[in-house]
Design a protein around this ligand. Structure first.
Ligand SMILES: Nc1ncnc2c1ncn2[C@@H]1O[C@H](COP(=O)(O)OP(=O)(O)OP(=O)(O)O)[C@@H](O)[C@H]1O
Length: 358
């Protein structure tokens, strides 16, 4: 629950930092964590944003009930890309291969698949990061067994990711309690995602990431746009179950990615068939193969099928990744991850050369 400290925090900024207060578009305080969303500065190059953050933190840590402060600066508006074109790249991309995992509807297992694809990448010896961009329902804390983990810290090097099962990860779930629904407005979603893509210290002294997986939120395209504009993304993987209704939604998800010029790398079918934990036999309860056929029709690669298996749900609830354990599920994730990486690497084209006319 939002508490009264939000009101006190707003008053503190109004009296102590009136210039900053004018830029505040939202303040939220929950469980001692204050989240302040600031509109982009009017004078983009001339404002000491690091100084602003420090000042906001100092002002709000003086408010009773606030123990931690997060400052999110909203992304620049539409005019920004044109202005940015002639400037040097504002930051180093977090990884050479960046893959968004999306789905058309909730509950098809997108987050479970994203987490285990990350696990399969670790198993292949790749330095792997995961951004849980599903700000509406972050599930990384549960999937990685980090529900009691301390929140994200920010150092001079950036936001420090948490680590579990060899994966470095960030999630809004590490900013608020897991059971609390987060109410984000459009700009907050894009602001949070941009911050996760541009301000995380992925390297952390043990080398840059080889691959970054983004667990996408469902929605209207805000997140897709933030990602398309924020990082050189390799492409998107769509997760669907085989039923027609899920496939209809998967088609819409693909259209959203394509509208923001994120190439769709392929489709993974989850819950393809029921793999009996007792006899090991498969039953095609949802009509296996629907996603494979759909991918064929859309002209995109089919990257693999993951069976419905009780142990996957149990492992997910216990914060384990089956991709890192032994068994048929690990093999399925390994094959899907290999196909995904192969497609992503071939999709990664060199940046276009910019020619300056005299
Ligand atoms: N192949 C599978 N076998 C068994 N259980 C699965 C499988 N895939 C996912 N699940 C379970 O289904 C539930 C939904 O999965 P998950 O949270 O990953 O879905 P999602 O598409 O990310 O949903 P949402 O968008 O609502 O977060 C979880 O309880 C998960 O453990």
């Amino acid at each position: 629950m939002q508490d009264d400290s939000a009101h006190t925090a707003r008053r503190a900024l109004e009296t102590q930092l009136p210039d900053v207060h004018r830029r505040v578009s939202a303040i939220d305080v929950r469980k001692g964590v204050a989240t302040v969303v600031l509109a982009p500065p009017e004078d983009a190059g001339g404002t000491d944003e690091a100084g602003v953050r420090t000042a906001v933190e100092a002002a709000l840590l003086g408010v009773a009930g606030i123990e931690r402060v997060r400052v999110i600066v909203e992304s620049e508006r539409q005019s920004a890309p044109a202005a940015r074109r002639s400037e040097p790249a504002p930051f180093k991309p977090p990884a050479p291969v960046i893959i968004a995992v999306g789905s058309g509807k909730g509950g098809v297992g997108k987050s479970t698949i994203a987490a285990n694809l990350a696990g399969a990448c670790v198993r292949q010896g790749l330095r792997t990061g995961l951004v849980d961009a599903d700000v509406f329902g972050p599930s990384a804390p549960r999937l990685f067994g980090l529900t009691d983990a301390p929140g994200l810290r920010k150092t001079d090097a950036g936001i420090e990711p948490l680590r579990a099962h060899g994966v470095k990860l960030v999630s809004t779930g590490f900013l608020v309690g897991e059971r609390e629904p987060v109410v984000w407005r459009g700009p907050m979603v894009t602001g949070a995602i941009r911050q996760f893509l541009t301000e995380v210290n992925w390297d952390g002294g043990d080398g840059p990431l080889d691959v970054l997986i983004i667990d996408m939120p469902p929605g209207t395209g805000d997140a897709q746009l933030a990602i398309a504009q924020g990082v050189p993304i390799s492409g998107a993987v769509i997760v669907s179950t085989p039923q027609t209704v899920a496939l209809d939604d998967a088609r819409k998800a693909m259209a959203l990615f394509e509208r923001t010029e994120i190439p769709v790398l392929g489709m993974i079918e989850n819950m393809s068939f029921f793999l009996c934990p007792h006899c090991g036999e498969g039953s095609e309860i949802f009509g296996r193969g629907g996603a494979r056929a759909e991918a064929g029709q859309m002209g995109i690669p089919f990257l693999g099928e993951i069976p419905l298996h009780p142990s996957l749900r149990v492992a997910s609830d216990e914060g384990r990744l089956v991709a890192l354990e032994d068994g048929p599920l690990a093999g399925a994730f390994e094959r899907a991850a290999s196909a995904m990486l192969e497609t992503a690497r071939t999709a990664n084209r060199p940046a276009p050369e910019i020619v300056f006319e005299d």
